[in-house]
Every structure is written in structure tokens, then in C-alpha cells.
Design a protein around this ligand. Structure first.
Ligand SMILES: Cc1ncc(COP(=O)(O)O)c(C=O)c1O
Length: 316
């Protein structure tokens, strides 16, 4: 297999040299230039806390949202930063405009924390959370789509689906699923935790009404940096999870969505500000090529891992 020399690149990470770090999917490793950027923002905060927390910080947040929105192809006012995708989904779940007897259709491949959140909501609201069984191993897109929509009933009002599944790392045909769901008049909610920096994301093409992604996995920002995207037409029903000055604001901005979800009392949002640096790092290091190389490495070594861990090779 063709090798590329990644010595220079690995020296830019903070991972202990005796560790071979494979689990970027849970928590990505943060390279030194991006971590130093975090510290730069924290130092600026501590040097003038009031100026930063009430003024400059919001200007920087906007710059960061603009950089991210160009990368994931949406309007900067349609995304807010959250510490993690669970937080983003809790905002949505607690606001969903559904009533007892309505149904949310999902798969049995979803991330455990999201399942818990939807189960919690379901118990409280009487909305049924339908975890449609998916036949594994996946064979074709068509078979997956057919399996998924078997769970559709006249009561289905929304779908919730991962774009890349957590432990099984399957890329699900979310584009086709969202298109079909929109034709049926359903609300489309996508958990894209693993997508940013991993596979291309174009929110202006994907018909997702709601989308969440993590930047601290494959985009390598410091931990606690994720986002929630809500299509403009749905922003009016999305309540703030934390009620603070942005609610019923004395000085409302042009966007209630930003006021509700960005203004949350005292909190350290410096991790959110590192996104432009992370994008710069990815560009400077030809990240598409690096990612393609990593994918080849995974494919090349997959069977060896199965043998090493005594797993079933045929499950691949
Ligand atoms: C599919 C999926 N959704 C969401 C998340 C994010 O989880 P958390 O909010 O616990 O960081 C993960 C994390 O690995 C995930 O795999």
C-alpha cells in the first residue's frame, strides 16, 4: 500500500507518543495550533472579562459561525454552537411541536444518548418513538430505505436519523431519506455528529430541517464544540434550553434564534471560537487527502483487526 509520510503531522498533536490513538470518533485529538488558539481566546477573556463576555466575544462568535457556515454550506444565522450534539438535540426534543399519539420514526441504529433523550421525551409527552429495525448487514440503499419506511404510519410526524452511525460507522442514505420524508410532509431531524471534517456536508442541498454535528471529533477542535442548525422556517418554535437574557431580550438582535441559544449567562464559549483555526489547519494540511489515506488504512487493516479482536470477519 502507498505510504505517505505523516511524521510532521503527528508531531503537531498532543497525544502521548506511546499511544496509538484510533478513537477519533468518540473524542478527536486536538492539534497544537488549534489548542494554542483556544488558549489565546482564554487569555483574552481573562485579560478583560467584561469586554469579552458582553461585547467582543459575540463579534468573535459571529466570525466563527460565518467560517463554519461557509464550510457546511448554510446561512451563518441558522447555526448556533452547543457543547455537544446531545445538548443540541435536547433543545429540539424539548421544543418539538407534537402531541400525544404522534410518532417520531427512527432506526434501531441510533446513538444511545439520543435514544435516551427521545425515550424521556416520549414518556413525558405521549409521543411514540418508533425504532424501526434495520436488516444487517446493509446491502443496498434501496433496501435500507424500504426497511426504514416500514415504520411509517399515518401518525408519523417526524423522522430522526444518524447520517453516520456511532459504533457501526455506517453512512446512511440521509439525503434520499430526507427527500422522501419531505415529500410526505414530515419534519426531518438529522444527527450528523460524525460528519463535519469526515465526509462532505452541504446543508443547502440536504433537506434536513434540523441538523447537529460535532466539531470536536473529525474537525479536531478542543472538546465542547458542536453546532445546531435549524432551517429558518422552524426557528420560531425552538425554545431556549437555558432561559437567560436572550429570552424576551431588552435589546433583541435581528435573530430570536441567536438570542435564545447564544445568550446563556456566564459560560466559557472559547472552544467555539477555534473553528476558523481548525478549518485553517485542515486546509493547510490537505485534509481531504489525509482523510482518504486514513480510509485506505482502515480498509487495509480491517480484517487484521477482526482477527486480533476475534470478531466475525463476515460481519464487515
Ligand atoms: C451518532 C452520534 N450522535 C451523537 C453523538 C454525540 O454525543 P455527545 O453529545 O455525548 O457528545 C455521538 C458521539 O459519539 C454519536 O456517535
Amino acid at each position: 500500500m502507498k505510504q505517505i509520510n505523516n511524521k510532521d503531522l503527528s508531531s503537531q498533536f498532543l497525544i502521548r507518543p506511546d499511544i496509538t490513538f484510533l478513537n477519533f470518533g468518540s473524542f478527536g485529538a486536538c492539534p497544537k495550533p488549534i489548542f494554542e488558539d483556544l488558549q489565546k481566546w482564554q487569555l483574552e477573556l481573562e485579560a478583560e472579562p467584561v469586554q469579552f463576555m458582553t461585547n467582543d466575544g459575540f463579534k468573535y462568535l459571529q466570525q466563527s459561525r460565518e467560517a463554519l457556515s461557509q464550510y457546511i454550506k448554510c446561512h451563518a444565522d441558522d447555526i448556533v454552537y452547543t457543547p455537544n450534539p446531545s445538548y443540541a438535540m435536547s433543545i429540539i426534543i424539548k421544543s418539538l411541536p407534537l402531541k400525544s399519539g404522534d410518532e417520531v420514526l427512527t432506526t434501531d441504529l441510533e446513538y444511545g444518548a439520543m435514544d435516551k433523550a427521545l425515550n424521556f421525551y416520549s414518556k413525558q409527552s405521549g409521543v411514540k418513538y418508533v425504532r424501526q429495525a434495520i436488516q444487517l448487514p446493509l446491502t443496498t440503499k434501496e433496501a435500507f430505505i424500504a426497511d426504514f419506511f416500514k415504520g411509517l404510519t399515518p401518525h408519523t410526524k417526524a423522522i430522526f436519523i444518524s447520517q453516520i452511525t456511532s459504533s457501526t460507522a455506517l453512512i446512511l442514505p440521509v439525503k434520499e431519506i430526507c427527500e422522501m420524508a419531505k415529500e410526505k410532509g414530515l419534519l426531518t431531524i438529522v444527527d450528523g455528529a460524525h460528519v463535519p471534517g469526515h465526509i462532505p456536508l452541504n446543508l443547502s442541498e440536504l433537506q434536513a430541517d434540523i441538523y447537529t454535528g460535532a466539531c470536536h471529533k473529525w474537525m479536531m477542535t478542543p472538546k465542547g464544540c458542536s453546532f445546531l442548525y435549524v432551517k429558518k422556517e422552524h426557528q420560531h418554535w425552538v425554545d431556549p434550553l437555558i432561559i437567560s437574557w436572550g429570552y424576551d431580550s431588552a435589546m433583541p438582535s435581528h435573530s430570536q434564534f441567536l438570542d435564545y441559544h447564544q445568550l446563556q449567562g456566564t459560560r466559557d464559549f472559547t472552544a467555539f471560537l477555534t473553528v476558523p483555526k481548525a478549518l485553517e489547519f485542515m486546509n493547510a494540511n490537505n485534509w481531504n487527502m489525509q482523510a482518504a489515506h486514513c480510509r485506505r488504512l482502515v480498509q487495509y487493516n480491517a480484517l487484521r483487526f477482526c482477527d486480533l479482536l476475534e470478531l466475525n470477519r463476515y460481519a464487515l
